[in-house]
Design a protein around this ligand. Structure first.
Ligand code: SF4
Length: 391
C-alpha cells in the first residue's frame, strides 16, 4: 500500500456559454483566446504550487466549473500532462469532469463523439453531466442551454465512447414544479440505458444576486410558477430516497445516491476532510489545517495565477466543527476513532449532551462506533448540524 499522504486536486474552469438563471457560481462567458490563456495560467499555477507537494499522492482529480467541457480535448490533455509531470497520480485515480450537454450537443454527432472520446483519452474516467431536469419547460426557466433531447444525445455518446462511471445532476423544488413533474424527471433518468451509476439531487436555493432572486422579488414566482412549499420540498426529498432505493441506488450523503461501488471518491474526500489543492480562479484548498483561497479577478489571475491568494489557519475549534458538520452529511456519519486520531481526545467533552438530546429526538442514532443521522435527522439536517457549531 502506498503510504504517501494524499492530496486531491480540484481544477476550476470558470467559463460558461451563458449564465443560468439560478447560478451564483464563479462563472462567465469568455472568448476562445481567453480560454487558451487561462489553460496556460492553470498549468503555471499547477507547476508552481505542485513543487511543494511532490511527496504526496493524488487519489482523485475533479474538473469543475463553470463548464469544463467548454475546453477542447487538446486543452484538457495539456492540463492532464502538466498534472502528471508535476504530481504522482495514483494509477486508479478517479478523474471527474463536469459536462454540460449544451457545450457538446450543438456539435454534429461526429464532432461530439470525437470531443468526448478526446476527454476519455486524456484520462477522464468519470463524467458528471448537468441535466437538472428532464422537463423542457423547467430547463427553459432555469436558463439552461440544452433541452432534454440534447442531454440524451450527450449521454448516449458518453456511453458509446466508453464512460462507465456517469453522474447526472438533478435539481428539485423548482418554481412551478409539482411532485408529479419531479417524479416524471426521475423516471426518465431511471429509464436511461444503462442507468447512471450516480445521481446528485439538490433542492433549488434562491441565491442572492441571481436572476431567480430578482424574479422572486418582482413577484414572478406566483400562480403557476409558485415555489414549492417546504412541505412539498420534503415530500420530493422523501420520494427521491424511496424511489432511488427501489431502483438499486444507495444514498451515501444527504444529496448523493450511487449504485454499488460508485460513490464519488472526490466528494467523500471533502466530507472526511482529506487535504485538497484547488487550482484556478477563486478555488479553495485545505492542506494541513490551513485553508487557501485564490483571488477572483480573471485579469489578475491571467497575469499572475499565484497573486491574490489568501490563507486562513483554521483553529482547533474550526476543525472540530468541520469534522462534525461535514462528516454528518454522510449516511455513515462520524466515528469516535476518527475523531480521536484527528484530535487526540474523545469527543464526549464537546458533544455528549447534544448527542443525547438528538438521539432522544430521533434525529441521530448512536452505537459504539459513532453517530449518524436518522431519516428524520437527514430531513432536518441543517438544524442538527447547527447544534454542532461552537458559539
Ligand atoms: S452551467 Fe453551471 S456554472 Fe455555468 S451558469 Fe449554469 S449552473 Fe452556473
Amino acid at each position: 500500500m502506498d503510504e504517501r499522504k494524499e492530496l486531491m486536486l480540484y481544477l476550476h474552469v470558470p467559463f460558461c456559454v451563458r449564465k443560468c438563471n439560478y447560478c451564483d457560481f464563479l462563472s462567465f462567458a469568455c472568448t476562445e483566446e481567453t480560454r487558451s490563456r487561462y489553460v496556460d495560467a492553470l498549468c503555471r499555477e499547477l507547476r508552481e504550487r505542485g513543487r511543494e507537494y511532490s511527496g504526496r499522492i493524488v487519489p482523485s482529480i475533479f474538473f469543475g466549473g463553470g463548464t469544463p467541457s467548454l475546453l477542447s480535448p487538446a486543452q484538457l490533455s495539456k492540463i492532464m500532462d502538466c498534472i502528471r509531470e508535476t504530481f504522482s497520480v495514483r494509477a486508479d485515480a478517479e478523474i471527474t469532469m463536469e459536462c454540460n450537454p449544451g457545450t457538446v450537443a450543438n456539435l454534429s454527432q461526429e464532432q461530439e463523439t470525437e470531443k468526448l472520446r478526446g476527454f476519455r483519452a486524456a484520462g477522464i474516467n468519470r463524467l458528471s453531466i448537468g441535466l437538472q431536469s428532464a422537463n423542457d419547460e423547467e430547463l427553459k426557466l432555469l436558463g439552461r442551454i440544452h433541452d432534454y433531447q440534447a442531454f440524451l444525445k450527450t449521454y448516449a455518446i458518453a456511453r458509446e465512447v466508453g464512460f462507465t462511471n456517469v453522474n447526472v445532476d438533478l435539481m428539485n423544488a423548482l418554481p412551478g414544479q409539482t411532485l408529479d413533474t419531479w417524479k416524471a424527471t426521475l423516471e426518465r433518468v431511471l429509464a436511461l440505458k444503462p442507468m447512471p451509476e450516480h445521481l446528485s439531487v439538490y433542492s433549488l436555493i434562491m441565491e442572492e444576486g441571481t436572476q431567480f432572486a430578482a424574479w422572486e422579488s418582482q413577484g414572478k414566482f406566483e400562480g403557476k410558477l409558485q415555489i414549492p412549499s417546504e412541505e412539498l420540498d420534503r415530500e420530493m426529498y422523501a420520494y427521491t430516497g424511496t424511489r432511488l432505493r427501489e431502483a438499486g441506488f444507495s444514498q451515501y450523503e444527504i444529496s448523493n445516491y450511487a449504485r454499488e461501488g460508485y460513490a464519488c471518491q472526490h466528494n467523500v474526500g471533502y466530507w472526511i476532510r482529506k487535504d485538497y489543492l484547488g487550482i484556478g480562479l477563486g478555488s479553495a484548498s485545505l492542506i494541513d489545517g490551513v485553508r487557501y483561497s485564490n483571488g477572483t479577478s480573471l485579469e489578475e489571475y491571467l497575469k499572475d495565477p499565484l497573486a491574490g491568494s489568501e490563507e486562513e489557519i483554521l483553529t482547533r475549534s474550526d476543525q472540530i466543527e468541520e469534522f462534525a458538520f461535514l462528516g454528518l452529511r454522510m449516511n455513515c456519519g462520524i466515528r469516535r476513532a476518527d475523531f480521536e486520531t484527528s484530535f487526540g481526545e474523545a469527543w464526549d467533552g464537546y458533544w455528549s449532551e447534544i448527542i443525547r438530546k438528538n438521539v432522544a429526538d430521533g434525529l441521530l442514532e448512536e452505537d459504539a462506533e459513532g453517530i449518524r443521522l436518522t431519516d428524520r435527522g437527514r430531513d432536518l439536517g441543517n438544524y442538527v448540524f447547527s447544534q454542532f457549531l461552537f458559539d
